[in-house]
Design a protein around this ligand. Structure first.
Ligand code: ADP
Ligand code: MG
Length: 399
């Protein structure tokens, strides 16, 4: 990691000073109930690190997609309550979107106290990376910590712009951990290095395929994405989700990939996604014209599991099928299980992608992976080799 982190700050920089910490508290809500608090949990190490050293912590985050103005259903109030429970200490919550008021509140903090401000996307200018807003946010702290990996691919005021006006600007422990896992896997993977790619659309993953193919020893493909490749191979794909405008591109990838790119040998098909009771397995050359592919088949699940078992580094992005439906979730579950077993045997296993992470959590296997990324979009852009604005904005370690 070539960026400074909170661990590079001397304790004298932390004690009595206001740390402006951008977290990713973008949690799923049902009403005011948080259905998955893993992003809050993942933010705890940095917050604890700072309060244990007498820091005064000012927390920022976005939640959902309000349109630059307050919207009660995206309030961070439920996060304040949950964070307070997890930290075991009071968390002040300031509901205001008046930055002057928020700045005043930040100055009244005492050593070791924590303040959470309201949703950054209630503020006009946040998503435009407005320099005026960035300058105002910079007055909320004496230094800046970015721990919001899940928002690091966005150049917004609270994730990037603010760092130009507030120094030191360093990474939090979660951001550091995410970049370490993903960065090491790409730069110096223990081999064999296996990537598993799935999900709905090849169009959303094309840059990942291009970027990773040269680096991996094998790329195992599943999800609807496989069907666009099937079409490119001239196979019947029936009612499967195929991106017609990507078939030529899929052909081109197949021509260049050689034996590294591995496609399913069989599939679970059904007349429609909402007829899981009619699901059955077929060879990939026998997909019925009146049915669609909704999961990888059992033979594929087995051979992919074997490939994972012999790998030393595994990166997975995208479910193997419509994992939301139990009848189409077996392929995805098999991958999760194989990765958990590989972790136990010493492999580095990384899960990136929101739906993949949810599938692993549903299978109760999150703890058995080396790393489950908290950032779907951000991890994808990192794997695509794109610079993350929220990381670029931080100070280099050598500087
Ligand atoms: P992630 O969030 O892990 O990056 P994606 O968002 O790319 O994953 O893909 C997840 C979506 O892909 C899910 O909604 C899943 O239902 C869908 N999907 C996977 N396989 C298929 C398939 N064969 N047909 C239709 N949809 C699929
Ligand atoms: Mg997704």
């Amino acid at each position: 990691m070539d960026k400074k982190t909170v661990r590079d700050l001397p304790d004298s920089q932390i004690r009595g000073k206001r740390a402006l910490v951008r977290c990713d508290f973008n949690v799923p809500l049902e009403g005011a109930r948080i259905t998955d608090d893993s992003r809050i949990q993942a933010s705890l190490p940095t917050i604890r690190y700072l309060i244990e050293r007498g820091g005064r912590v000012v927390l920022l985050s976005h939640l959902g997609r309000p349109k630059g103005k307050p919207d009660a259903k995206y309030s961070l109030q439920p996060v304040a309550i949950r964070l307070e429970e997890l930290l075991g200490k009071p968390v002040q919550f300031v509901e205001t979107t008046d930055t002057d008021e928020a700045i005043k509140a930040s100055h009244s903090l005492k050593d070791g106290e924590v303040l959470l401000l309201e949703n950054t996307r209630f503020l006009g200018g946040e998503e435009q990376n407005d320099p005026r807003l960035s300058r105002a946010l910079a007055e909320l702290g004496d230094y800046y910590v970015n721990d919001a990996f899940g928002a690091a691919h966005r150049a917004h005021s609270s994730t990037a712009g603010v760092a130009a006006h507030l120094k030191p600007a360093v990474a939090g422990l979660l951001l550091e951990k995410e970049l370490d896992y993903l960065g090491k896997a790409l730069a110096s993977p223990k081999r064999p290095f296996v990537a598993i790619l799935g999900g709905a659309k090849i169009s959303g993953k094309i840059d990942v395929i291009e970027q990773m193919l040269p680096k991996v020893d094998a790329m195992l493909v599943g999800g609807a994405m496989a069907c666009t490749f099937f079409r490119a191979m001239g196979l019947e794909t029936g009612k499967s989700l195929v991106e017609e405008d990507r078939v030529d591109m899929a052909k081109d990838i197949l021509d260049r990939a050689g034996t590294k790119l591995i496609l399913p040998h069989d599939a679970i098909v059904a007349p429609a996604m909402d007829q899981p009771e009619r699901a059955h397995a077929v060879a990939r050359a026998a997909i019925p014209a009146g049915e669609g592919v909704f999961d990888i088949g059992p033979k594929t699940a087995e051979s992919y599991s074997r490939a994972i078992a012999s790998a030393k580094t595994v990166i997975w992005n995208g479910p193997m099928g419509v994992a939301e439906t139990p009848a189409f979730a077996r392929g995805t579950e098999a991958i999760a299980k194989a990765m958990a077993d590989a972790t136990a045997k010493g492999a580095v296993t990384i899960v990136g992608g929101g739906d993949s992470a949810a599938a692993v959590a549903d299978a109760g296997l999150s703890e058995r992976m080396s790393h489950v990324s908290t950032g779907g979009g951000a991890s994808l852009e990192f794997l695509e080799g794109k610079p993350l604005p929220g990381v670029e904005a931080l100070e280099d370690r050598a500087a």
